[in-house]
Write a protein that binds this ligand. Structure first.
Ligand SMILES: Cc1ncc(C[n+]2csc(CCOP(=O)(O)OP(=O)(O)O)c2C)c(N)n1
Ligand SMILES: [Mg+2]
Length: 280
C-alpha cells in the first residue's frame, strides 16, 4: 500500500479514536447521559473503507450501519459537531435535530441511514434500497447480527440479483459478552460463498482491506473483518486492558508523521468537545 494512502487512512482513524476516547471520558463523568456504543479499536475498518471508496471507487454509496456506528459516520464525512451535540443532548445546536441517539446516527449529507435498534435489520433494508435504486451500497453488521435469519435470507436475494453491495461484518468476536465459538460452528465468509457471492475473512489492517478494492460494488461481496472492541459493549468501561490495538500498531509503523497527526487530533477534538460542553 502507498504510504500516502496509509497516512490518509490513519488520519481518519485518528479522528475516530480521539472522538471515542473523549466520548468515553464524558460518559464516565456522566456528562453524556444516554447509552453510547463506542467503536474504538474497530476504527480502521471504516477509515480504510471510506478512504479507499472515495479515492479509488469515486462513488458515494448508500450507507447502512448498526449501533456501533460513530466511526462509520465520521469516516464517511459526517459532521463531528452534530454527533457531539447529539450525544450531549444539545439537539438545537446541531443541523440535524435529534438523530435518535448513539445507536441510530444518520446523515442525509453522506447518505447514511439510521439504525432501528434491531440487530441486523439494516441488512434486508439496505438490500431493498439497493435493489430499487441500483446505487452502490455498503452495509455494516456485527458478527452476531449476521446470525439473524432475516440477514441470511436477504443475503441470498442480493447474491441472486447480483446487487452492487459491499457487506462488511465487523467481527469483534462478541455478542455483548458471548464469544462466537459458543454461538456457532460456521463462518460468514463461507455463508457468502455458499450463496455464490465473493466472501473473504481478513484482518482489520488497511493493507488487507485494500486487496479487495477491485471488487467493491462490481457485484455483491462480503468481507468478514476481524477486529477488537476496546471498551464495554455499551457505555464507558473496559472488559480487558489486554486487547490488540490496531491504532498503536499503525502509529508505530508510520512513525513521526503519525505521531504528529495523533497529537493534532488529540488537541483539536478535545477542544471541540469542551466548546460544546460550555454551551450546555
Ligand atoms: C433482534 C435483536 N436481538 C437482540 C438484541 C440485543 N442486542 C443488542 S446489541 C447485541 C449484540 C450485537 O452484537 P454484534 O452484532 O456482533 O455487534 P457488536 O455489538 O459486537 O458491535 C444484542 C444481542 C437486539 N438489539 N436486537
Ligand atoms: Mg460483535
Amino acid at each position: 500500500m502507498h504510504r500516502k494512502l496509509r497516512i490518509k487512512i490513519f488520519e481518519k482513524a485518528s479522528l475516530c479514536r480521539h472522538f471515542e476516547t473523549n466520548a468515553y471520558k464524558f460518559s464516565e463523568k456522566k456528562l453524556i447521559k444516554i447509552p453510547i456504543y463506542l467503536s474504538a479499536g474497530q476504527e480502521f475498518i471504516s477509515a480504510s473503507l471510506a478512504t479507499i471508496i472515495n479515492d479509488f471507487c469515486k462513488v458515494k454509496p448508500l450507507i447502512f450501519a448498526q449501533h456501533r456506528c460513530h466511526s462509520t459516520y465520521l469516516s464517511f464525512g459526517g459532521e463531528m459537531d452534530n454527533l457531539i451535540a447529539e450525544l450531549l443532548g444539545n439537539y438545537k445546536l446541531s443541523n440535524t435535530g435529534c438523530m435518535g441517539g448513539s445507536a441510530s446516527i444518520y446523515s442525509k449529507k453522506i447518505n447514511m441511514f439510521g439504525h432501528d435498534g434491531h440487530m441486523g435489520t439494516q441488512v434486508p433494508i439496505g438490500i431493498g434500497a439497493c435493489f430499487t435504486s441500483k446505487k452502490p451500497t455498503i452495509i455494516f453488521m456485527g458478527d452476531a447480527a449476521a446470525e439473524e435469519d432475516y440477514v441470511l435470507g436477504a443475503l441470498g436475494w442480493a447474491a441472486t440479483k447480483k446487487l452492487p453491495i459491499l457487506f462488511i461484518v465487523e467481527d469483534n468476536n462478541l455478542s455483548i459478552l458471548t464469544e462466537k465459538k459458543v454461538r456457532r460452528n460456521w463462518d460468514m465468509h463461507d455463508v457468502a460463498r455458499s450463496f455464490k457471492m465473493k466472501g473473504y475473512n481478513l484482518k482489520d489492517s488497511p493493507n488487507e482491506i485494500e486487496k479487495y478494492k477491485k471488487f467493491f460494488f462490481k457485484e455483491p461481496m462480503l468481507l468478514n473483518i476481524n477486529t477488537n472492541r476496546m471498551f464495554w459493549h455499551a457505555g464507558a468501561g473496559k472488559d480487558s486492558d489486554k486487547i490488540f490495538d490496531r491504532y498503536l500498531i499503525e502509529k508505530k509503523i508510520l512513525g513521526k508523521e503519525a505521531e504528529k497527526i495523533d497529537k493534532k487530533f488529540n488537541s483539536m477534538i478535545k477542544k471541540k468537545w469542551e466548546k460544546h460542553l460550555k454551551k450546555q
